[in-house]
Ligand binder design. Sequence first.
Ligand SMILES: Cc1cc2nc3c(=O)[nH]c(=O)nc-3n(C[C@H](O)[C@H](O)[C@H](O)COP(=O)(O)OP(=O)(O)OC[C@H]3O[C@@H](n4cnc5c(N)ncnc54)[C@H](O)[C@@H]3O)c2cc1C
Length: 365
Amino acid sequence: MVVIGAGVVGLAVAAELAGRGRSVIVLERSAAVGQGISSRNSQVIHAGLYDPPGSLKATSCVRGRALLYERCVRDRIPHRKLGKLVVAADETECSALLSLLSQARENGAGAVDWLDAGDVRAREPRVRALAALASPESGIVDADALVRSYQAGLDARGGDVALRTEVTALYPRSHGWTVESSDSEGRTVCVDTGQVVNAAGLASDRIAELAGLDVDELGWRLRPCKGEYFSVVPSLGVLAERLIYPIPADAGLGIHLTPDLGGRLRVGPDATYLDAPDYRVDPAKATRFADAAGRYLPELRAEHLQPEMAGIRPKLQGPDGPFRDFVVEESSAHGAPGMVHLIGIESPGLTAAGALAEVVSGLAG
Ligand SMILES: Cc1cc2nc3c(=O)[nH]c(=O)nc-3n(C[C@H](O)[C@H](O)[C@H](O)COP(=O)(O)OP(=O)(O)OC[C@H]3O[C@@H](n4cnc5c(N)ncnc54)[C@H](O)[C@@H]3O)c2cc1C
């Protein structure tokens, strides 16, 4: 079995399948594992508040969170269950908060409590809100250590990762695929396999095309959407102990405040649809970020923010488009048997990876 992509999802899938006795090789075009979306995100363990009940995003987030906390303890992956507040700044946002509360309960997001302004002040004195939801199940994780733990799981079960190996073509065989790739010296390498898992993140629609699928017809064309982050200068001290999120907006979850495991704070990400990959952070956005986060952190000013990094979401949902779920699908019905595709694995993909691996394992037989 060939898995394309050594991000958190590809490695979780590979480790799961190897654990079920399959012989697995992961092909990764970069020089190291986990250098794609998996290294450029908020590193938040989501409880399962945000997605519609019954969607794969919601179910895999809730199941994946449980698996992730277990894995963190077992493999000593740095993490903290520090909890989250989703804050409402005005009356209109309070009604959005109520909807979020009932959705969270339906999703099984664990305890979620309603806080009034006084409760918020008591927990987070430097945060201003009219009301908030408290989600104690939310946390943060060292994403790089998580990726390495899946890789170690794969190694221990006899699987392997081939780095600097970019998949360039897929040819169907009578029972499976010939996967053609190019190695670091430009040599072409071919692997014959019964099954392929496409976990290529931002290139997963391209890989589906290589398998002959019409991604536009299937609605699998990705719409890359960039999110930039700023770090908060340490001189402001501990603005909050918990993750602080606004009401979700537009294509993202809103510009939030995330403490990292080293105690540093950052704000972001925003959401900008892109035509071409671009990881620059625009320093001129500091004012907009300070205004957005300043609604709940009144001390924050643009001069407190420094450009940090950017990530790109592999979105299926276009600007102003309706909700799109994760695609995890075996493609026999589309004329490409022996292949499972994971497409549109944006947030909460880091949290959900272990659960998505279970789903793929069910589909890959
Ligand atoms: C700004 C942002 C914030 C986020 N915050 C969170 C969060 O707080 N919590 C959360 O749960 N999730 C979050 N996510 C989502 C999460 O990061 C992703 O869902 C997850 O990392 C996706 O992992 P992946 O393995 O699918 O993709 P990737 O990590 O990108 O892995 C795909 C791999 O495929 C490789 N590849 C591509 N093409 C080829 C090819 N032709 N041949 C060989 N290899 C190839 C790439 O090099 C890459 O390594 C966030 C995402 C973004 C962008």
